[in-house]
Write a protein that binds this ligand. Sequence first.
Ligand code: PEP
Ligand code: MG
Length: 582
Amino acid sequence: MTFSVHGQAVSRGIAIGRAVLVASSRMDVAHYFIGEDQIHGELSRLRDARDAVVAEITRVQQTLLESADKGAHHELTALLDVHLMLLQDTQLQEGVKHWVQERHYNAEWALTSQLEQLAKQFDEMEDPYLRERKADLEQVVERMLRHMRGVASPVGRAPAVADGPGEDLRDDPLVLVAHDLSPADMLQFKQSVFAGFVTDVGGKTSHTAIVARSMDIPAVVGARTASHLVQQDDWVIIDGDTGVVIVNPSPIVLAEYGFKQRQGEVERERLSRIKNTPAVTLDGERVELLANIEQPEDSTPAFSVGAVGLELNRTAFLFMGRDGKLPDEEEQYEAYRRAVEGMHGLPVTIRTVDVGADKPLDRSNRDDHLNPALGLRAIRWSLSEPAMFLTQLRAVLRAAAHGKINLLIPMLAHSSEILQVKALLARAKEQLDARAAVYGKVKLGAMIEVPAAALAVRMFLKHFDYLSIGTNDLIQYTLAIDRVDETVAHLYDPLHPAVLQLVANTISECRAQGKGVSVCGEMAGDVTMTRLLLGLGLRSFSMHPSQILAVKQQILRADTRKLRAWAQEVVHSDDPAALMAD
Ligand code: PEP
Ligand code: MG
């Protein structure tokens, strides 16, 4: 029977293969009571398993250290350190001992019981970074269980596939379906026979997703029930572009995706040829392609695809998971200076701290309000913590002495907020003057993320050098849809006429006044939107580096003179989607 499951698309491309299932550790462990005389044996089985996993992880780390691109694996090595620490954790060891000695649980049962107990403690932690360590604990326990079953990690070994009568399945490509995958599994994955993977759990920022993206493997995470529904050897299509997993597809669907897959490969190869081609339309309009990056270190891949500037979107990376201890001016200055110096004269946009709602900072920023997306987030939070905001402004101003910086303020709506931002920027300069510190000029920009801002765009233009449209939030707030709530995800529509009119209005007002305007939400990297945005007059797009070449290709094929009238028609239509193919 054909069916599909949906998850988060985390790593693009299409993988087609037969499913190899990795059972969730906690579902299939044996549960039985042991006798007094078996306690010693069970405890030594646990010790052996732990030692084996420690040795396994240490080996993987060693391989990483010796590999040519060890810099690329820096994050993975750090994660493996966390796994080693968890394995040595006394709470885990003592707890397991307790279950075996006091309750006479068998080793596996004791291990999973202790896991459940610790998992609850992790769930109750306020710090999101620490909460996420629960997944790491689950992964190391799963590895220990595999050892106790006498089975090594299923990734990397030749998987067992059932031979049907008269058919040899060994030549079929294989995809992995698991409840979760550990970073160590992911590394072995690279050398394994698997063409892609699906996991039940995980979000776009889960470690598994991060590693999948860095390896460029088609993957879908958070597919919830996938590992329950998919059977061993089922044919599975993983569409890493849309997050869809199709199980037992009909021959027609299989052929269609096979075609898409081959097309994708050819396309990627072809796209790499326009790396150095300037982004200019057929009618000679030059378009600026900027890369949204999370950390200064991400700038190298951005330049390799021809980005002409960077948006350092998540200065929050400096602020998160620090247990309320915010980075001081010096630490921020150093980080921003490094980013700017790495630009070789190209501009870097620094967004002021944008935390809250789906981007919690840590316990000091924990949001237990009913509507966190409408609460104290982004600039609202910065203005409520003027000392913190001034520190960031001073650090940015000082870094501006080393290169071009565009300062970008998220989620403004009110004129009072605009005036406060400007007053605080002036105050930051005064503070720097008072101590004779060297600083540079910044261009000041506002993000248009709230419908109120898009409608009052003229008010914004009186105060700002440029505007940047954050379509992710603009769509959320225009359509009253929580962007992280999967139950309303189907209503999240970039082509809603209201959204398009707000985007169009912002672009045209900026152009009329000769001010710069860009789009920095996901819409900018969506190739189906490129022509429309060009037709509306947009000439600056900011997106994830992996999207840049595909968008550039659309630009090279576009003639903006022909797109203008059509774009207006789309924006003013009741059914813009119907006109998009024209
Ligand atoms: C946006 O809202 O479109 C945006 C770029 O910001 P973020 O996704 O970080 O909220
Ligand atoms: Mg936003």
